[in-house]
Design a protein around this ligand. Structure first.
Ligand code: MN
Length: 705
């Protein structure tokens, strides 16, 4: 039974006040889960207690144990993380929160690559590696009690465990966990095959019993004769590994089982080699089968001497020799580093322990001089430079950390990036510059005809996004500039009563040569960008005899029409923020194209005096799509909720607020500056009229700098 007593009797390695904290966590969890039951009919608390006991058996620290007891309360009982922070401590709350988050992500895809990414994502999401340890213990208990579930659910959980959790346990060197998880999965996924192997192992064990006892005795006796203190165990392969071997080596069961395995543990490295000498003396070693993993550890930190001997009647005997520390490392891996010690290092913290573990591995590997690839993997997993996010279909993409929805969009496809207009993270609309976090599900919203915004360049971080945006903008800027240049040139020619199409080709070419451009589009682009005056280019295109004659004679030139869709070459001045309906003037500035001001904006009136040739008469087109920013300055009485009412009136008029800024003027009045997006002057006037009706609004004006 999973009673409190059965738990506390495992806690004798902790101080009394620490045990007290764990008991408190038990009562908290019991109360929180009151009335909830496991599928087996047991009260729910049985499960967290069992999880806690698994970790207590590994002598984990008190915070992990408390977190184990509380691991389901956020997810299943609605207790908040803040409550846990207050009632226990922030570390415990953090671990419980981490376990809940991992539980919430669902593994759907079957692809191997996806499973690998999923494992990485899980590790990347985890700031405290103890989250993984609690999660593994949780999964282990759920696997132990899987039998009561519906067969289909059982298969799903077992598959997920075999693909995700067992490899994580393996990667962290936690062999005991891996072996038990694999066997439980095998039992649930292939009950018939597992049964057959289990029965075969059992009858085999009966046949072998005598032989095992005889070998064990002769090993022990010989070691005693040499006065080496050592323990000899008989070893059995776990059933999943037998199955895997049969499958991968195409060998029948008997051939795989035709080996006797023993492990000898000693207290020092020296003794390992002495034992080796002794057993090689006792039975003949089979050449080529000796491996020294003490001097050259395996990649996940495993250390041991391996040798195979030819025993009585020629039976092969496999022997592993290692120290007790090596044994602990081989069994529990990273968790061996949490073995509770009486001096807790509060400064160290969990991540440091994990780093310590890695450092240990690294040193071992360097001494041994073998491949660092595994370490690199684990390091990336635990301290990642990447984020792992889901597509809406459940695929996982790997991106550099700091990536935004725009980076995500471009990594899906260039077209998705180019036409993206908004994004949802976990179903919530977010700004396109929001940094992604591992585990997020990203949905990109695209619109036909949408195009990249130059502002994206300030926050995207992937090379793919950056180069695609640049490329697009360059092309687009050129075509927009060419188009504006053509319109400006047409207008300039109209002043001389000449139509562009009527100009003979040779004159076009001459003018082009004079101006030093290769193609006519280059010339138009230069005009559109404001680098040269359309009037001067137009004059070059005039027939020689007409030059200068009709310059003053023509009608007043028609204003250029602004449609609002010209793109980057037409800009709206930030000083006065013109909107359709305002009377406006265009100003050509070199390299930027045209900037539109309101006709009485101070900036443009002074420029009209100084550089009149750069100022152009322009007009709004009759119909203009889109929205334009306008600034309002509102004096508001300091009244509770006034700002909220203001905002709600604005949204009733179907207007977006872009920014809002509030400054208190005195005890009674505040000044609100607000930038809103409107269609035109009429739209703005409607909003102002509505705002005036608010009692708290004292004064309202359209603001200009
Ligand atoms: Mn659980």
């Amino acid at each position: 039974m999973q009673t409190l007593e059965s738990l506390t009797e495992k806690l004798n390695y902790l101080a009394p006040d620490q045990v007290e904290g764990i008991i408190r966590a038990y009562h908290f969890a019991k109360e929180a889960h009151e009335g909830q039951f496991r599928r087996s009919g047991d009260p729910y608390i049985v499960h967290p207690v069992a999880v806690c006991k698994i970790l207590a058996d590994m002598h984990m620290d008190p915070q992990s144990l408390m977190a184990a007891l509380l691991h389901d309360v956020i997810e299943d009982t609605g207790v908040s993380k803040e409550t846990l922070e207050e009632d226990f401590d922030p570390v415990v709350a953090e671990i419980v929160d981490g376990v809940s988050k991992i539980g919430a992500i669902k593994f759907e895809s079957k692809a191997v690559q996806q499973a690998e990414n999923f494992r990485k994502m899980m590790l990347a999401m985890t700031k405290d590696i103890r989250v993984i340890l609690v999660k593994l213990a949780d999964r282990l208990h759920n696997m132990r009690t899987l039998g009561v579930l519906h067969p289909q659910k059982r298969r799903r959980v077992a598959t997920e465990t075999l693909e995700i959790y067992a490899p994580i346990a393996n990667r962290l060197g936690m062999n005991n966990f891996r072996v038990e998880l694999e066997d439980l999965c095998f039992n649930n996924l292939y009950p018939m095959r597992a049964d057959r192997i289990k029965r075969a192992v059992k009858s085999n064990r009966g046949n072998r019993k005598d032989m095992v006892a005889r070998i064990q005795e002769s090993l022990s006796n010989r070691l005693a004769q040499e006065s080496i203190e050592a323990t000899v165990f008989g070893r059995e392969k776990h059933i999943y590994s037998i199955y895997e071997k049969m499958k991968s080596q195409h060998k029948p069961f008997n051939q795989i089982m035709d080996v006797y395995g023993f492990r000898i543990t000693v207290s020092s490295v020296d003794d390992c080699y002495r034992v080796l000498g002794v057993v090689h003396n006792l039975y003949k070693p089979i050449p080529g089968r000796f491996k020294d993993y003490v001097a050259i550890p395996k990649a996940n930190g495993y250390q041991s001497l391996h040798t195979t001997l030819k025993g009585m009647n020629g039976v092969p005997i496999e022997i592993q020799i290692r120290t007790h520390e090596m044994e602990a490392m081989a069994d529990n891996g990273i968790a061996a580093h949490w073995l509770y010690k009486s001096d807790p290092d509060p400064a160290g913290g969990a991540q440091n322990r994990a780093k310590e573990w890695l450092k240990g591995l690294l040193e071992m590997q360097q001494r041994a001089g073998n491949s660092l690839e595994f370490i690199e993997h684990v390091k990336m997993d635990l301290f990642p430079d990447e984020v792992y996010v889901f597509t809406p279909k459940g695929n996982i993409l790997e991106l550099p950390s700091g990536s935004t929805p725009v980076d995500f969009a471009y990594s899906v496809h260039t077209d998705v990036g180019n036409s993206c207009v908004a994004a949802r993270i976990d179903h919530r609309l977010v700004p396109l510059s929001t940094p992604l976090e591992s585990g997020n599900t990203i949905q990109v919203i695209t619109a036909p005809g949408a195009c990249p915004n130059p502002a994206w360049l300030s926050f995207v971080i992937t090379a793919k996004a950056r180069s695609n945006i640049r490329h697009f903008l360059k092309n687009q800027r050129r075509s927009e500039s060419v188009e504006l240049g053509q319109r400006l040139l047409n207008k300039a020619l109209a002043a001389f009563d000449i139509e562009f199409d009527s100009i003979p080709e040779d004159r076009l070419n001459t003018a082009l040569n004079e101006a030093g451009f290769e193609t006519f589009d280059d010339l138009l682009e230069d005009i559109g960008l404001g680098n040269q005056m359309a009037q001067i280019a137009a004059r070059r295109l005039l027939p020689q005899d007409e030059d200068n004659t009709s310059e003053l004679g023509g009608d007043k030139p028609k204003p250029l029409i602004i449609r609002g869709t010209e793109g980057m070459v037409i800009n709206f001045a930030k000083c006065c923020r013109p909107i359709p309906g305002d009377s406006i003037i265009g100003h050509l500035s070199a390299g930027r194209g045209m900037v539109i001001h309101i006709h009485d904006c101070k900036n443009i009136t002074s420029e009209m005096k100084e550089n009149p040739e750069k100022c152009l008469e322009v007009n709004w087109a009759k119909k203009i799509e889109g929205e334009f920013p306008a600034e309002l300055r509102i004096e508001l009485e300091n009244d509770r909720g006034a700002l909220a009412r203001l905002a709600s009136v604005i949204s009733e008029t179907d207007i977006n607020i872009e920014t809002i800024n509030l400054k208190e003027k005195d005890a009674h009045l505040s000044v609100v500056k607000m930038r809103i997006a409107v269609h035109d002057r009429a739209h703005l006037a409607r909003a102002i009229r509505k705002l005036r009706q608010l009692k708290a609004v004292n004064k309202i004006t359209r603001a200009r700098n």
